[in-house]
Each structure stands twice: as C-alpha cells, then as structure tokens.
Design a protein. Structure first.
Ligand SMILES: [Zn+2]
Length: 382
C-alpha cells in the first residue's frame, strides 16, 4: 500500500495513503451537512464545518492510536514495527517479523481493539456530560470507535479478530502455519458472507452502503488469500538454502576502477545489476549497484572510483551458503536493490539478488499445485 510519509515516532514511520484525504473530507462533509444539523439544529454552517473538520481529524487520529496500540505492544514483544499506514479501510501496522509465541500474537492483536474501546467509551462518556455540538461530535466519535472495535474483532484474517483466532488455534495445536491457514480460510468465508450481505443490501436498501460492504468483503478476501499464500510459500521457502538460490561466483570489480572505466569494461559483457568490489589484495570491500552508479553526474564519472561509491561490506548482509532463504528474506526483504553476499570460509562464493528471490518464489508457487487449488477455489473451513 503506497502512502506519503508524514512523520516518525519511536522508529515507526507514519504514512498516509491518498484515499485518506478524500475519506476525511467526506466524513467532515457528512457530519457538517447531515449529522450535526439533524441532531443539533440552528447553528451556523461555519460552526458545523469547523466541528465537522475537527471531529473527522480526531477520528483519523483514533485510527492511528489503534495502530499505535498494536505497535507499542509489538515493540514490547520484541517484534519490529516498520510503518503505520492509514488508507481507505482504516490503518495497517506493518510488522517486520512474526510474533514468536501465540501469547505475543494475541497481545499484539488485542491491543488495537482495546485502544478503540477506550476511545469509544471515553467519547460516549464525555459526550454524555456535554451539551450542543461537542456532545454530538463526541458521541459520534465514541460510537464510531466502538463500531470500529466490533468490526475489527470479526474473526476474519487479517482483521484483529482473525489474528486472535489464529493465536488461539496456534496455542491449541502448537502449529503456527496450520493456524494461519485456518484463520485465512475463515477470513475467505467471512469475506464472502460480507460480499453477499453487500449484494442484498444493494438490492433492498441503499446502493452506496451495499457497495461499501462488498468492497470490505472483497478486501478481506484478497488479504486472507495473500496471508494463505504467504503461509504456504513461506513453509516451502523455510527448507531452501542460500546455496540453492544464489548466483554462484559473481563477477567482481576492482575498487580502483573509475566509473567510466567500469562502464567501458562492462558495457557489452555486463550481465549483472550489482558487483562486489575488491581491493588490491582481492578482498571484498563492498558492493556497487548500477542504480548507485546512475545517480553519479556524468562529469564525475571519470573521477570517482567504484571503491568510493560502493556500499561498504559492513553495511551489506552476508551469509553462509547453508543459511536458509527465509533468513535472507527477513534480513534483506525481497524488494528494493538490496542484496546479500555469500561467503564460505572467508571467500566470496555467491550473491543473492532480488531477482533470484523473485524467481525462486515464482517457482515455489508453481510447485504447490494443491495449495494453488485451495487458493483458486472458494474453500470453506471444515
Ligand atoms: Zn487493529
């Protein structure tokens, strides 16, 4: 999910998807134009709009608070949190790794709805004690948060309720992957039910509300399918070693070559997008990528050497050939231009590139026909 970065807190990046701006304006508009005039008539349009805008902003802040709830507990459980993104259907906290125990998984999952419950109850109580527009605004804020909590507790992976269900199954069976599969299948089924309800609602009442339910159902199904796929593929990947996927004996380049000398030498023969850089004694000192070289102004190309431009070896992921691919994915990520270098007894024996990993994942997906059948059909949990 793409999003514009708007800030950072405790190393967690906060991102806003463009759809948030549209929804925030729509929320403010529906409050100012419909909700407030209906429950608190006789105020000026300016008052409706100002309170509407503040309430809308507060509501989106409470979505961030929900995700921060997940994130803070995740950090406490030793799980890295990369970013929080707000988008059309709320917030998503992107975790850098999986929780290690069902208990940790449960605590991370329940923390978000707990924050929503607190916002909900707080909003309702504060609203009940006030009068006028603030009363309506706070009651609306509270009720929306309570609704958000209930919705997130649906046992449909990847919603929080699905994660709680997954943690419960994991605790019960001791098998994390099986639990994920079960939770994802339940997510597929509940997503289908929501799509069905959306169709009914479209037929019998409003078109817009029906479409909204259908979209949410569809989104849950897509996300559940992705989780299922990740669990299945992850299982296969967990048995594959780096030596089986790396590009062996990578072409190295000398650190003292200038960029223009390098371009001349590799122009026709060059088959790679990244080159380990070696010093005079043949030792690998870093890694240089074509992407990095392209960022050099043309008039500097004759002056700067590959050694100066290379990412130092200390900043590069290095692995043994016997390491598992899962470790590469965890440490490098399968996107971007990060690569891992493979050393055996101090000698460079291979390089793992994003395209090596993408190809491997494609082959693994091809090799799991039974699981693919599960993914392609609508399978209900047994
Ligand atoms: Zn949540």
């Amino acid at each position: 999910m793409e999003g514009m970065s708007v800030g950072r807190a405790r190393g967690i990046e906060l991102r806003l998807n463009w759809s948030v701006f549209i929804i925030a304006v729509l929320v403010a508009w529906s409050l100012a134009d419909t909700v407030f005039p209906e429950y608190e008539a006789g105020r000026s349009a300016e008052a409706y709009w100002i309170v509407g805008a503040v309430t809308s902003a507060a509501f989106f802040a409470s979505l961030v608070a929900h995700e921060l709830g997940h994130s803070i507990v995740a950090l406490r459980e030793g799980v890295e949190v990369k970013s929080i993104t707000l988008w059309l259907f709320g917030g998503v906290a992107q975790l850098g790794s999986e929780p290690e125990t069902p208990g940790a998984s449960f605590r991370i999952a329940i923390a978000g709805p707990a924050v929503s419950a607190a916002c909900g109850v707080g909003g309702v109580i504060a609203g009940a004690m006030l009068d006028g527009l603030p009363r309506i605004a706070l009651l609306w804020f509270g009720v929306m948060n309570l609704f958000l909590m209930l919705f997130n507790l649906l046992p449909a992976f990847p919603l929080d309720g699905g994660r709680i269900y997954q943690a419960w199954q994991w605790q019960r069976t001791g098998d994390a992957r099986m639990a994920t599969e079960k939770a994802a299948l339940l997510g597929l089924a509940i997503g289908a039910v929501l799509v069905g309800l959306g169709v009914l609602q479209m037929l019998f009442s409003g078109l817009v509300a029906g479409i909204w339910l259908m979209l949410i159902g569809w989104f849950i199904r897509e996300a559940a399918r992705a989780e299922l796929r990740q669990a299945t593929v992850g299982e296969r990947l967990s048995k594959i070693t780096v030596s089986q996927v790396m590009t062996s004996n990578p072409t190295t380049v000398s650190a003292h070559l200038s960029v223009s000398e390098f371009i001349e030498a590799e122009f026709f023969g060059g088959r790679h997008a990244a080159y380990p850089v070696t010093d005079a004694s043949g030792e690998v000192t870093g890694l240089v990528t074509l992407r990095r070289l392209r960022s050099i102004p043309a008039d500097h190309a004759g002056l700067q050497t590959l050694g100066e431009l290379a990412t130092p070896i200390a900043d590069i992921v290095t692995l043994e050939p016997s390491a598992l691919v899962a470790e590469v994915l965890e440490r490098v990520g399968n996107i971007g231009d990060n690569r891992a270098l493979v050393f055996e007894k101090g000698d460079l024996v291979g390089i793992v590139s994003p395209s090596d990993l993408a190809r491997l994942i494609a082959y693994v997906e091809l090799a799991v026909p039974i699981d693919r059948a599960v993914l392609d059909d609508q399978v209900l949990p047994g």
